[in-house]
Write a protein that binds this ligand. Sequence first.
Ligand code: NAG
Length: 172
Amino acid sequence: MLLLTAFFFSFLITTSQAADVFLTGSKTFEITDYSVVKKGVSTGNCIQSDPFTVGGYQWAIEFYPLGYNQSNSEFVSVVVRLLTPKNVVKAMLTHHFQDWNTNGWSTDTPIDSSLLTFSANGYTGWGHFDFMRRSSLEVSNYLRNDKLVIKTNIWVLKDSSSFLMPSQLGAA
Ligand SMILES: *[C@@H]1O[C@H](CO)[C@@H](O)[C@H](O)[C@H]1NC(C)=O
């Protein structure tokens, strides 16, 4: 979280126009039977969370127990998918595993605080194909009683053209 906060502030400071507005939300995805899920997929297959809404858009978390593709088959991959993409959507995201020892969230998993572009013609999903080495995950505090919990935070960049300041609203 520290990295992300630092990025967020530098982003605001270096923007010469009005500060960008982010609509934020998060989703917790519980995988209650990790070993069963793993047995049922091959590399490139995922299980998807229920859809959830952040910033007016529908998203889902995808978890690939055997990796996103052959290059990442030693890893578990975590991706966020923009469902039914109609617009170009810019967003930042972070993912964490729940730590069953501390009840906090993983700090040794990758954090990327770049602004990502989701679109029907480009990428509808972004994430970490090498989120954690599967052999490490399976002996970690993130897996207990075959249960794994992923939390994804999303910051959706609000379209500045549709953003009305309160004074403009009053003058209308
Ligand atoms: C796996 O996906 C990444 C990202 O799209 C790509 O760079 C890489 O070449 C892919 N590897 C294989 C074996 O398809």
